[in-house]
Design a protein around this ligand. Structure first.
Ligand SMILES: [Zn+2]
Length: 94
């Protein structure tokens, strides 16, 4: 009876120890993978550079193409017009 109890205690201890070791190992590997993924996502973000979303519109003054999301916007004869810069917007006859 005592032997059986000892055996159970020993196996519980062994299992706990093994699980702890595996946990440390997997956590270490997981950290490595996470660091690797962070690095790759950062590089892909960096390489993508300028935002590609949004329509390109010519500047109503000088014709330079800018994103339609530009903050230099106005309306001329009911039509939306876009400007590449503040100076173009100022120079454009309203
Ligand atoms: Zn312009």
């Amino acid at each position: 009876m005592v032997r059986a109890l000892l055996y159970i205690l020993t196996s519980i201890f062994a299992i706990t120890f093994i699980r702890m070791v595996i946990g440390v190992l997997t956590r270490g590997v997981g950290d490595l993978i996470n660091a690797e993924m962070k690095n790759t996502s950062q590089t892909s973000q960096r390489s993508s550079g300028m935002p590609t979303q949004g329509e390109l519109k010519p500047c109503a003054k000088c014709g330079t193409y800018i994103l339609a999301s530009t903050r230099f916007r106005g309306t001329s004869k009911g039509e939306p017009v876009y400007f590449c810069s503040d100076s173009c917007q100022q120079a454009f006859p309203a």
